[in-house]
Design a protein around this ligand. Structure first.
Ligand code: NAP
Length: 285
């Protein structure tokens, strides 16, 4: 049995789907009751609720599992507490492997949600657990909520410089890699960068124009406008403050990694943006 945390989120659903398709028994941990039905429909063996910030909940979730695939909440003030709870539960339950779904370049102090992960990674390294850390880049799928609007208005908007280089990775590749990593003890005690090919917003817009058969223009959304929109959608102050640091960093540096390790794990070339965009356009058709 493999415990997957944050199983109802964007990442969690993709990882659960891949594990279930691979015949694995999954115990899905979600926070809210309303998420239970979604993970049950995905075919998990067990679905439970719990809060990663509550040690008893995490202990209960890890009881009797062979491995833990730890997805942390996105931009959470309790990053280190959640990580400590997972590590303690894995130790108490003699879990044979802890896989941490981390982020690319946790050394970057200017990105608070990456920097906090740096401390969780250190705690894992010091835990004496058998671990694997996956340092995952930004997903191509992050543009999906705005896909239809982009196709309709002809504007691909993100709140950072349109020439900033980003190593965007297909979440389906990430999930395929996660299944392989969990199935192979050779990945124990290793830290692996899981990034996709480098591309800018401007280059994405050119590809989208050709696939959609209409001009798509890349545009930087002003940060204030993005934050106002996020506030209206109910983003927490913590999330907004984190994003207010993240986008200016992307403006200056982008976020790039190498896709070589992912290619090696998958045994094929990682999916590029054009392939992802063709698949997505067909799905929206
Ligand atoms: N998005 C990216 O491009 C990207 C790239 C690399 C890595 N990551 C990492 O992937 C992780 C997940 O990101 P995501 O975009 O998939 O997030 P998401 O869609 O917002 O999902 C997060 C899930 O976390 C659950 N959750 C929140 N607080 C919790 C708590 N205290 N205890 C238990 N569960 C809790 C929520 O469950 P309920 O729905 O039940 O409330 C939610 O479903 C993050 O750590 C992020 O850094 C993301």
């Amino acid at each position: 049995m493999i415990l997957v945390t944050c199983a109802a989120g964007k990442t969690g659903q993709a990882i659960v789907k891949a594990l279930v398709a691979n015949g694995q028994n999954v115990r899905a941990m979600v926070r809210s009751n309303s998420s239970l039905e979604a993970v049950k429909a995905a075919g998990v063996a067990e679905a439970i609720t719990g809060d990663l910030a509550i040690s008893e909940d995490v202990l209960r979730a890890a009881d009797g599992v062979d491995a833990v695939y730890y997805i942390a909440p996105n931009m959470d003030p309790n990053e280190r507490l959640n990580g400590d709870n997972i590590i303690a539960a894995c130790q108490a339950c003699n879990v044979s492997r802890l896989v941490f779904h981390s982020v690319l370049h946790t050394q970057i102090e200017a990105l608070p949600h990456h920097w906090e992960r740096h401390f969780v990674e250190q705690s894992i390294l010091n835990s004496k657990l058998s671990f694997t850390i996956l340092q995952v880049g930004s997903y191509m799928q992050n543009m999906l909520p705005a896909w239809e609007k982009m196709a309709e208005t002809g504007v691909h908007r993100m709140a950072y410089d349109i020439d900033a280089p980003m190593s965007l990775v297909d979440l389906e590749d990430v999930s395929e890699a996660a299944v392989k990593v969990l199935a192979d003890d050779g990945f124990a005690n290793g830290m692996f960068e899981i990034a996709g090919p480098v591309i800018s917003l401007r280059e994405k817009a050119e590809i989208l124009s050709s696939i959609l058969g209409k001009e798509i223009v890349a545009e930087k959304e002003p940060l204030d406008e993005f934050l106002d929109h996020g506030r209206a959608l109910g983003f927490s102050d913590f999330t907004l403050a984190t994003m207010a640091k993240m986008f200016p960093y992307y403006d200056m540096h982008g976020l790039v990694g190498s896709d070589k390790t992912l290619g090696w794990i998958l045994g094929r070339v990682p999916t590029d943006f054009e392939t992802f965009a063709r698949r997505t356009a067909a799905a929206f058709d």
